[in-house]
Design a binder for this molecule. Structure first.
Ligand SMILES: Nc1ncnc2c1ncn2[C@@H]1O[C@H](COP(=O)(O)OP(=O)(O)OP(=O)(O)O)[C@@H](O)[C@H]1O
Ligand SMILES: [Mg+2]
Length: 284
C-alpha cells in the first residue's frame, strides 16, 4: 500500500491574541498624552490701580489635541483676552495654564518665546502683515526669528504660500493684494513654522463671504492634518465650521457645546446662503 500522502497544511493567519486571555504580565497601558490646552481657574484683571476690569473670571476648560474650537461671545466678553493667554502673549493674573502638560508658570521669557515660535501660529482680524514687504518675506519672518537659514526659509515660505493657494503672488506686497489674499498670506505665515496649534482672532471679520469660505477651508485642512484650531468669531456661520463652540459672557464660560467629535472630519464651509439655510437666523 502506498504511503498515504501527507495532509496538506491549511494556511491560517496567526491569531492576534489568544482566544482565552491568560494571565501574564499586564499589557502596558497606552500612555495618554495630556490635552493641548488646560486652563484651571484662569482670571485676568486689567489695570491693577483704582479701576479694575475683570476680563476673565475663573475660566476652567480643556481643549483636546486636534480639536476645532470656536469661541463666541459679545464684545468685551473676554475673547481676545483669552486668546492672548492661550497664545502666551499675555499671562493670567490668576490660575494655571498648561500647554501639552507644561505649566506656563514654569517657563521664563525665553522659553515662552520659543514655545510660541514652535507650537503656535497666530492669525488676526487685521492680517498684521508688514507693509511694503513681499508676501514671501512676510511668510519668512517667523522662520527668520527662529534662526532658520535663508535658503530653507525661502523654500518653506514658498510651500506655505502654495498651501494657501498664493504661490503665484509671492512677490506681491500687502497693498497689492485683496483682503482675502492678505489673510491667506497671514495664514501661510502662521503655518510656516509647522505649529501644532493655530489661534485665530476674528480671522474672517474683515472678509467678504467668498474669502471667508476660502480661509475656513484652509483652517479645515489644517485641522484635518491634526492641528488644534481655536478661532474667535462673531459669525454663527463661521462657528458652525468648528467641532465645539464655547461662548463667553462677562469673562466666564456661559455655554460649551460639542457639535462633532474631536477626530471627525472637519466640516467644509457651505456657501453662505446654504449656511443660513442650515443654521437659521435664530443664532444671530
Ligand atoms: N489692555 C487692556 N487694559 C484694560 N482693559 C482691557 C484691556 N484689554 C481688554 N480690556 C477690557 O477687558 C474686557 C475684555 O476685552 P476683550 O478684548 O478680551 O473682549 P473681546 O471679547 O475680545 O471683545 P471684542 O469682541 O470687541 O473684540 C473689556 O472690558 C475690555 O475693555
Ligand atoms: Mg476681541
Amino acid at each position: 500500500m502506498p504511503p498515504s500522502s501527507p495532509k496538506p497544511m491549511r494556511w491560517r493567519p496567526a491569531r492576534e491574541r489568544p482566544l482565552v486571555e491568560r494571565g501574564g504580565p499586564p499589557r502596558r497601558k497606552r500612555t495618554r498624552r495630556p490635552p493641548a490646552i488646560i486652563l484651571r481657574d484662569v482670571s485676568k484683571t486689567y489695570g491693577l490701580g483704582q479701576i479694575q476690569v475683570r476680563a476673565l473670571r475663573n475660566v476652567t476648560l480643556q481643549i483636546a489635541r486636534g480639536d476645532f474650537v470656536a469661541i463666541m461671545g459679545s464684545s468685551g466678553s473676554g475673547k481676545s483676552t483669552l486668546m492672548n493667554i492661550l497664545g502666551c502673549l499675555d499671562l493670567p493674573t490668576g490660575g494655571r495654564y498648561l500647554i501639552d502638560g507644561v505649566d506656563m508658570r514654569d517657563l521664563d521669557e525665553d522659553d515662552l518665546a520659543d514655545l510660541r515660535n514652535r507650537k503656535i501660529g497666530f492669525v488676526f482680524q487685521s492680517f498684521n502683515l508688514v507693509a511694503r514687504t513681499s508676501a514671501l518675506a512676510n511668510v519668512e519672518l517667523p522662520l527668520a526669528y527662529a534662526g532658520v537659514d535663508r535658503q530653507t526659509r525661502r523654500q518653506r515660505a514658498k510651500e506655505a504660500l502654495a498651501a494657501v493657494g498664493m504661490a503665484q503672488r509671492w512677490h506681491h506686497q500687502p497693498s497689492e493684494l485683496s483682503g482675502g489674499q492678505q489673510q491667506r498670506v497671514a495664514v501661510a505665515r502662521a503655518l510656516v513654522t509647522n505649529p501644532t496649534m493655530i489661534l485665530a482672532d476674528e480671522p474672517t471679520g474683515n472678509l467678504d463671504s467668498r474669502s471667508t469660505e476660502e480661509v475656513l477651508r484652509i483652517f479645515a485642512g489644517l485641522n484635518q492634518e491634526g492641528r488644534t484650531v481655536v478661532l474667535i468669531t462673531h459669525e454663527p456661520d463661521v462657528a458652525a465650521q468648528a467641532k465645539r463652540v464655547i461662548t463667553l459672557g462677562d469673562g466666564r464660560v456661559i455655554d460649551d457645546r460639542r457639535t462633532a467629535g474631536v477626530h471627525d472630519q472637519p466640516a467644509l464651509p457651505h456657501h453662505q446662503k446654504s449656511a443660513h439655510h442650515l443654521y437659521g437666523e435664530s443664532h444671530r
